[in-house]
Design a protein around this ligand. Structure first.
Ligand SMILES: *Cc1c(COP(=O)(O)O)cnc(C)c1O
Length: 643
């Protein structure tokens, strides 16, 4: 008997594999993330199991030793390098497999993460493959020509272009950059032709078309007839005719479309390539010396690891993506005897998402606790209390739904009674306590059911704890707030312990939208995140993963919380790691000056206020000195919670 019990206990003991399953780390980690035997999240910087694993907790302790505060954004250049390599190697393999006659050229769209470090590293790591850049504005073009050196790499100019933008692009072309102007709107052509003539530089021109396929996902407005960018067929032919008229059709060499970002379904990708290949064929027949087919972005990231066509996932691998593209283009062009174009893709998200991890500590928790129930109700207790007690006692797996409805009804009745002065504050509290006991028991019973009645779905979230994280969703995770995008979130340590709390995450913006209550799941979306109990002496660290794309520069200064500290980690030859770059986050004074405060004048004003307080006898001059010190230290400090 005793033996049996022991066996049972060890069978049920929490194991690292349970944590791997629970957080799905191998599903979304793409080989870069795993959990060590010590229960810590580890990184395999090139995504290969024979890499030496780097523990995030070792990095955390390095950060602490250097006196940097949480939150910290980690960047792993090795992961970026590996993503660029994989993209090119996958296309190379598909080109070989199908005997494709053209080549592949990748470009990185700067808007996906414009930070100098990112653009600099993309061009450095990408130079082996002639990886280029895509610029959507003047500022991005200036960034691009400052970092790109490779005459074989493509430089694609999208977006609205004014004279300065066009002149700069033309000069870049003359200097040897392979710089294309992509015509997004019919009116742009005239300006480009005019400036080209004035500067006597023959432009390289591309056309962006609207694709009628609409990809499913968050970001699909970029395609379809109603997309704001791109030419429809009539406009496209009018561009061709104008070029012919000016005897400039030989400038038109590239066809571009962008289906939208994060396209989860490979079918949409195939449809779009097929449609574009037909247009390409049409332009060749019109006499344009076409050479490039630029498929834009859209290559998705499997954020939830479900490998499905769910918006935060993708139902294809990188290899399938490349193979399908090659196959579809050949399928269309071969039968027409048209030479294979150079394929360009503008993959941003898939290139940089894995590269950054946001680390933060939990500051506090607000846990849901019920008080013990009285053994028996008091003599003369209100009828509604008696009803609640009965509901509680009669609850079983068969009458869950009925009990739930009753409990809600009695609780609402109690609230009415209180409002009309029929029961006391203490009676109301007691009734509510009983109500929460019922809900708790319902949650226990619901777990025994095979299928959960729709009304009871998510009932457990009402009892979830709230953990307060030292970060700002508005600054560091804008897509979570704006469009409900899901990111993998998990503790980076203590994974050898079973997590016992179900949690909703709140940030420190004190905005009621500053919370995360939807989490990734293999089959669905979770309403709570399983986390560990907080220990009073130890910090508890969480990581938000796959945040390298779009999150940093879309973030805003809500509640004047600014840029986080950034630390770049590089793996050395012997598999150890080094801190190669630290970018200090914004100070309070930085943030205030971004929103046009004059910090010096603020200090002077506050000093006057303090002086007035002395005159009013509220503080002493010595106290003024102390107060001013605190004020000025506050200005110099980090905008996040400092321990
Ligand atoms: C945003 C954008 C991209 C990047 O798309 P991803 O899905 O992030 O790869 C590429 N091309 C254009 C024109 C874009 O606007």
């Amino acid at each position: 008997m005793k033996n049996n019990m022991l066996k049972k206990e060890s069978l049920e003991r929490w194991k690292i594999e349970n944590a791997v399953d629970l957080y799905g780390v191998l599903n979304w980690g793409a080989g870069y993330f795993d959990i060590s035997d010590k229960g810590e999240v580890v990184i395999y910087p090139s995504g290969k199991p024979d890499d030496k694993a780097i523990s995030l907790m070792d990095i955390v302790s390095g950060i602490k030793d250097r006196g940097l505060g949480m939150p910290v954004l980690l960047r792993f250049g090795d992961i970026l390098q590996s993503q660029i390599t994989q993209l090119h190697e996958s296309f190379r393999a598909a080109i070989e497999k199908f005997g494709y006659q053209g080549i592949y050229r990748g470009v990185y769209p700067i808007k996906v993460n414009q930070q100098q470090q990112v653009v600099e590293e993309v061009t450095r790591f990408g130079s082996r493959y002639h990886h280029g850049l895509e610029a959507g504005s003047k500022a991005e073009l200036i960034a691009a020509i400052s970092f790109l050196r490779d005459p074989e790499a493509c430089l694609i100019c999208n977006g609205y272009k004014d004279k300065e933008f066009v002149d700069l692009g033309l000069y870049a072309l003359k200097m040897g950059f392979k710089c294309f102007f992509v015509i997004e709107m019919p009116s742009e052509l005239l300006l480009i032709l005019e400036r080209a003539e004035a500067l006597n530089i023959k432009p390289l021109i591309g056309v962006r078309i609207k694709i009628s396929t609409q990809g499913g996902g968050h970001w699909t407005e970029s395609s379809g007839d109603r997309s704001i960018f791109g030419l429809n067929t009539t406009q496209l032919l009018s561009v061709v005719d104008q070029l012919k008229e000016k005897n400039m059709l030989d400038s038109l060499q590239l066809l571009h479309y962008h289906l939208g970002s994060q396209i989860p379904n490979i079918r949409d990708i195939r449809f779009a390539v097929a449609e574009a290949s037909r247009v390409y064929e049409g332009l060749v027949r019109e006499g344009a010396p076409m050479q490039y087919l630029d498929l834009g972005g859209g290559l998705a990231v499997d954020y939830d690891g479900s490998h499905s066509n769910f918006p935060s996932s993708r139902n294809y691998s990188l290899d399938e993506y490349c193979a399908d593209i090659i196959e579809v283009i050949m399928g269309t062009l071969d039968e027409q005897g048209i030479p294979h174009p150079t394929i360009i893709t503008e993959s941003g998200r898939a290139t940089v998402a894995y590269y950054s991890v946001l680390l933060f500590n939990i500051l506090d928790a607000s846990c849901f606790e019920t008080l013990p129930l009285p053994g028996k109700l008091q003599e003369g207790a209100h009828e509604m209390m008696v009803n609640l007690m009965e509901a509680l006692q009669s609850l079983n797996v068969k009458n869950i739904q009925e009990c739930y409805n009753d409990a809600i009804y009695y609780r609402d009745e109690l609230r009415q009674l209180f409002k009309h002065g029929n029961i006391s504050l203490r009676e109301k509290a007691m009734g509510e306590n009983m109500f929460w006991h019922i809900i708790k028991n319902i949650i226990k019973e619901v777990k025994k059911l095979k299928s959960i009645p729709s009304e009871l779905e998510g009932v457990d979230t009402v009892l979830a704890d709230i953990y307060y994280g030292n970060f700002s969703i508005f600054q560091s995770l804008p897509d979570s707030w704006a469009i409900g995008h899901l990111f993998p979130i998990m503790p980076v340590h203590r994974l050898d312990e079973e997590p016992t709390r179900n949690v909703i995450l709140a940030d420190i913006t004190c905005d009621c939208d500053g919370k995360i209550d939807r989490f990734i799941d293999q089959h669905d979306v979770r309403n709570t995140l399983p986390l560990h109990d907080l220990k009073s002496d130890d910090e508890y660290y969480l990581g938000i993963f796959l945040v390298g794309a779009y999150q940093e520069t879309l973030g805003d200064l809500h509640n004047l919380l600014g840029d986080t500290n950034i630390v770049s980690i590089q793996i050395t030859e012997d598999g150890e790691f080094e801190f190669i770059k630290e970018i200090e986050g914004d100070s309070v004074a930085d943030i205030l000056s971004y929103v046009e405060y004059d910090v010096k004048a603020m200090v002077a004003r506050f000093r006057e206020t303090a002086e007035q307080s002395i005159r009013n006898g509220l503080i002493t001059p010595k106290e003024r000195q102390k107060i001013m010190k605190v004020f000025q230290a506050g200005l110099r400090g980090y905008t996040y919670f400092e321990r």
